[in-house]
Design a binder for this molecule. Structure first.
Ligand code: ADP
Length: 497
């Protein structure tokens, strides 16, 4: 087949992977789409096509769901001991670790993010998540409920069944692992539909899943578009549960699609997270901390600190500091070792983010730094700080999902009023509070209506920390013990004695 122009800086194994004829994993076999259709994958640093992958549609979804159903209802997975399941998940972590650099390169070429970041963030977090959940496989238990001498009652926590999982493109591998690891630990069988923009690491992971020895049908991985493959998965009558990460808009469609058989739903959706700097904050930490809160991963984080609230007494200093950092970030192709910020994932995102900046300026915001395209090819946007924003502006209300922060000052010393302003959003995913005062920090942690509150830090993740949203940021939690509730049903058993 034709050689595809991947970046000459990647190693030959990565280049060879991109040039393969890609197949989806259905029922333990690597197969093309039933229709034979494929769609292109682009390198966002150049806009060039770097691979073609199968375009799954309803028929492929049906084949995958049928395979998962069989693997769950009568196949080996549900009969395998939790210990054996845990060992397989752990083995997958080992295989991922053994191929860490290759995965980081694939992720960088496909998503745009710096290779150096994928290596130290996406990959270790993914490996750790598999190991953390491998441990949980043997620890999912019920309890005894001694309410009466006349009865013996206990609960069983059982796998929910066949799970449809739909993920976004911002952390392609990590989002796949956040979904797969707990579902498998709980004993579920899975059909995973990856984002059309970034299918590559999941396809490579599919190979490791086979290598690890997961029985056929336990994990099925589909590449396809949202309407073509995601919607039929969310609607499928043989799917017991759908787990979705993506935009709030599509999350609402998932809820509607799931109504046919009332499948259980968990959603990890958008955010417009505040980062709040109090006058007593350690600015040496708060300035780089809040800059990284927005610029990490090109701003493409659902928990990005996209609304910066700074007390007026330190506002000028913070604004200067964050703007200096923004102006000094080395933007370039993710595969270049010097790069600190890569391109946005796609042309569509590039248009969306630059459109938001333009709308902010039209509504009266000022650009303190950035605001423009970087370079003249690929989907690069300069790290951008907007000031003079007002709560009713689109840039303040809506999730931009790019490297754009809206900075505002506040004068209030009343924490309830500061929190009210921070909570003035339809979202409730995360927030960070920057202060040296313990009482301020913990009072704010209680007042803020979001699933995560960071104190003197932002974007800190661990497999053990539950993550998810209040309000329109979602339903349920990812990670931690809590995520197991997404993938289990609780049964109460009562015997008369
Ligand atoms: P973004 O706007 O960040 O691209 P989306 O919410 O559109 O995020 O996409 C997240 C995931 O949802 C992707 O895998 C996408 O293909 C999928 N998706 C998009 N539309 C639908 C839909 N109508 N039904 C099911 N999945 C969808």
């Amino acid at each position: 087949m034709a050689t595809i122009p991947v970046d000459s800086r990647v190693n030959s194994k990565t280049a060879e992977f991109f040039s393969r004829q890609h197949r989806m994993l259905i029922d333990g076999r690597f197969v093309p789409a039933a229709s034979g259709k494929t769609f292109p994958v682009y390198n966002p640093a150049t806009g060039e096509e770097v691979a073609r992958v199968p375009e799954a549609e309803a028929e492929d979804v049906d084949r995958a769901v049928t395979a998962a159903r069989r693997a769950f209802d009568s196949g080996p997975w549900s009969r395998m001991s939790p210990s054996q399941r845990g060992q397989l998940i752990w083995k997958l972590a080992d295989l991922l670790e053994a191929n860490l650099d290759e995965f980081a390169e694939i992720e960088s070429l496909d998503n745009g993010k710096p290779f150096s970041v994928a290596r130290v963030a996406d990959l270790p977090l993914s490996i750790d998540m598999f190991r953390y959940m491998a441990g949980w496989a043997t620890k999912i238990t019920g309890s005894t409920l001694p309410f009466s001498d006349a009865f013996h009652s206990y609960t069983l926590r059982e796998p929910i069944g066949v799970v449809g999982q739909i993920i976004p493109w911002n952390f392609p591998l990590l989002m796949a692992v956040w979904k797969l690891a707990p579902a498998l630990a709980a004993g579920c069988c899975v059909v995973l539909k990856v984002a059309e923009q970034t299918p590559m690491t999941a396809l490579r992971l599919a190979e490791l899943i086979e290598q690890a020895g997961f029985p056929a049908g336990v994990v099925n991985i589909l590449t396809g578009y949202g309407e073509g493959a995601g919607a039929p998965l969310a609607e499928h009558p043989l799917v017991d549960k759908v787990a979705f990460t993506g935009s709030t808009e599509v999350g609402k469609l998932i809820v509607k699609a799931s109504a046919g058989n009332l499948k259980k739903v968990s959603l990890e959706l958008g955010g417009k997270s505040p980062a709040i700097i109090f006058p007593d904050a350690d600015l040496e930490r708060a300035i780089p901390g809040t800059a990284s809160a927005i610029f990490f991963n090109q701003g493409q984080c659902c928990c990005a600190g996209s609304r910066l609230f700074v007390h007026e007494s330190v506002y000028d200093k913070v604004l200067q500091g964050v703007s200096d950092i923004a102006g000094g970030i080395r933007v370039g192709a993710g595969i270049d070792p010097k790069t600190e910020m890569g391109p946005l994932v796609s042309e569509e995102q590039f248009d969306r983010v630059t459109g938001f900046i333009d709308s902010g300026v039209r509504e009266g915001a000022r650009v303190a730094v950035g605001g423009k395209r970087h370079g003249n090819r690929g989907y690069f946007v300069q790290p951008t700080v907007l000031t003079h924003t007002k709560p009713e502006m689109k840039v303040v209300r809506e999730e931009i999902f790019g490297p754009v922060v809206c900075a505002e000052s506040f004068s209030d010393s009343d924490l309830d009023r500061v929190a009210r302003e921070a909570n003035n959003t339809i979202y409730g995913l995360a927030a960070s509070v920057w202060t040296r005062d313990l009482s301020t920090a913990h009072k704010m942690a209680r007042l803020i209506r979001s699933g995560t509150v960071w104190i003197n830090c932002h974007n800190v993740f661990d497999a053990s920390l539950p993550f998810g949203g209040y309000k329109q940021s979602g339903w349920g939690r990812e990670m931690g013990e809590e995520v197991l509730h997404n993938y289990t049903e609780l049964k109460a058993v009562t015997a008369a004695l």
